[in-house]
Design a protein around this ligand. Structure first.
Ligand SMILES: [Zn+2]
Length: 491
């Protein structure tokens, strides 16, 4: 006995057709007209769309950063993702300094134990010693086919051009893809201290420390290296015209270069959001920074004309008002040195968050929540407002991420043989986004009060219903690691 999704409209990257979809076990086994209901559980999808489960290829769950750890983990983050229609994501494993890739993988596998949706891993390279370079091909055997390099965060994650070039050569030999955080970290590391020295410490100065030119310059450098090495490149979180132009030039040259932007970069501005009164702007601190209305237009154009291939979130959320609770007293009494042990004693405790950067914008933990809202916000402002078609929406949110990162056609589409990751999407359902109804572990969202029309009402992960209206039906451990294939297509 299977599950028969009856009378819905199936949307893929290429088609939008009325059809029944039969799921048996974990996969789609039949798509057609008037499929016989005989013995199957029938889900009436009249007036609904059937979308492939969303794939967010850029998340940071339980990420140690700047003296704290991001709030959402592979439990709460997965639940939130699913309520927003996302059934798979790829998280960034951070290679520990002095350690190996496999040390990092071990840590992230442990974090992923409570998984409730499917997930993969990218490997963030932080310390490329010769023996670590030799480790690169073995990642493919582990189903990890993407390497992430930071051109920013000097003295923390930043790699030099030698490392970038050598990694690309090695990745190309092994059918892997290189991802870059493209900002010139040397320039940023020069600008930031001079801003702080001039008393410019409020959140709004974060944008001045990371101007668009440094993103454009680094993007161009990575694009050229990709052309030189033939290594497929995926530029993460692109935000501004100089960067988009660099990618567009590379693509026009026939280089194997691709890019994404993230939801927040289409809507938020440095002036209004980072410049909000008091310390409020800290909520919106992420790198690269949010930009201008002009850049929003550039990004929409880039998703329309195919310069950008995907939209993800860079979900990495920290409390706006964190560090709450008497942990210092507790730590003193218990010989503890930090909040980590205390957190286990007191579940209501909020670990440190954005307040770490009060009086110094450079110490504000970078990142914001967004994993749950990505599909609803982009549907409202993309599809409902006529900027992109429903098919292009599916392509950006589901299909391209799966193709680029070697998960297609298991993930990213509704086709015979594909995993039955399905969001039953009600295009008429109205919803107001708010911190009061979010499933993310957060004390704010960046789309507070925004109204959307179109929302997933039921979500299935490999044939199992995990979301039904407001009800959570998923289980810890149900989420599976998705091993990815090398030599994925360049789109
Ligand atoms: Zn990121």
């Amino acid at each position: 006995m299977g599950i028969l999704f009856k009378n819905g409209t199936v949307i893929t990257a290429s088609d939008m057709v009325q059809a029944d979809v039969l799921v048996e076990g974990e996969v789609v086994t039949l798509i057609g007209k008037n499929i016989d209901a005989g013995g199957h559980e029938v889900v009436n999808c009249k007036g609904k769309y059937l979308l492939p489960g969303g794939i967010d290829v850029h998340t940071h769950l339980e990420l140690p950063f700047g003296g704290t750890v991001s709030n959402d983990d592979f439990d709460s983050g997965h639940k939130a993702a699913a309520f927003g229609g996302t059934t798979a994501h790829i998280d960034f494993v951070i290679q520990p300094k002095g350690g190996s890739f496999h040390d990092g993988l071990r840590t992230w596998r442990e974090k992923a134990r409570p998984a409730q949706i499917d997930y993969g891993f990218h490997m963030a390279v932080t310390d490329l010693r010769p023996e670590v370079m030799d480790e690169i091909p073995s990642l493919v055997d582990e189903g990890v086919t993407s390497l992430k390099l930071f051109m920013a965060y000097k003295n923390v994650f930043q790699i030099d051009d030698t490392t970038l070039f050598k990694t690309m050569q090695k990745a190309a030999e092994n059918g892997m893809i290189v991802m870059v955080h493209a900002e010139n970290g040397d320039v940023e590391a020069t600008l930031t201290p001079s801003l702080l020295a001039a008393g410019k410490t409020d959140p709004k100065w974060h944008a001045a420390s990371r101007p668009p030119e440094i993103e454009g310059e680094a993007t161009n450098r990575a694009v050229m290296m990709s052309g030189l090495t033939g290594c497929p490149l995926y530029v993460v979180h692109m935000t501004c015209e100089p960067a988009i132009e660099a990618l567009r030039r590379g693509r026009a040259q026939g280089y194997p270069v691709m890019g994404e932007s993230c939801t927040q970069y289409f809507f938020l501005t440095a002036e209004k959001h980072l410049g909000a009164p008091g310390f409020e702007g800290a909520k919106y601190v992420c790198s690269p920074p949010i930009r201008t209305p002009h850049d929003h237009k550039v990004l929409w154009q880039a998703v329309r004309d195919g310069t950008l291939q995907a939209v993800s979130t860079d979900h990495c959320n920290f409390w706006f008002e964190g560090g709450k609770g008497p942990w210092r007293e507790w730590a003193q009494a218990n010989n503890g040195s930090n909040w980590v042990a205390y957190e286990q004693q007191d579940p209501s405790y909020r670990r440190p968050g954005k307040e770490l950067g009060m009086g110094n914008f450079a110490k504000i933990p970078n990142g914001m929540p967004g994993l749950e809202e990505r599909m609803m916000v982009m549907w409202e402002h993309g599809v409902n407002q006529g900027r992109i078609s429903p098919m292009r929406f599916v392509e950006l949110m589901c299909t391209n991420p799966a193709k680029i990162f070697g998960m297609y056609p298991k993930k990213g589409t509704i086709a015979v043989g594909s995993d039955a990751d399905i969001a039953v999407w009600d295009p008429n359902k109205r919803h107001t986004l708010s911190v009061s109804n979010t499933h993310m572990r957060t004390d704010y969202i960046v789309y507070e009060g925004w109204k959307v029309k179109g929302k997933p009402v039921q979500v299935y992960l490999r044939g199992k219903k995990i979301v039904d209206g407001d009800q959570w039906l998923g289980c810890n451990g149900d989420g599976q690691f998705v091993p990815r294939k090398p030599y994925a297509p360049v789109l």
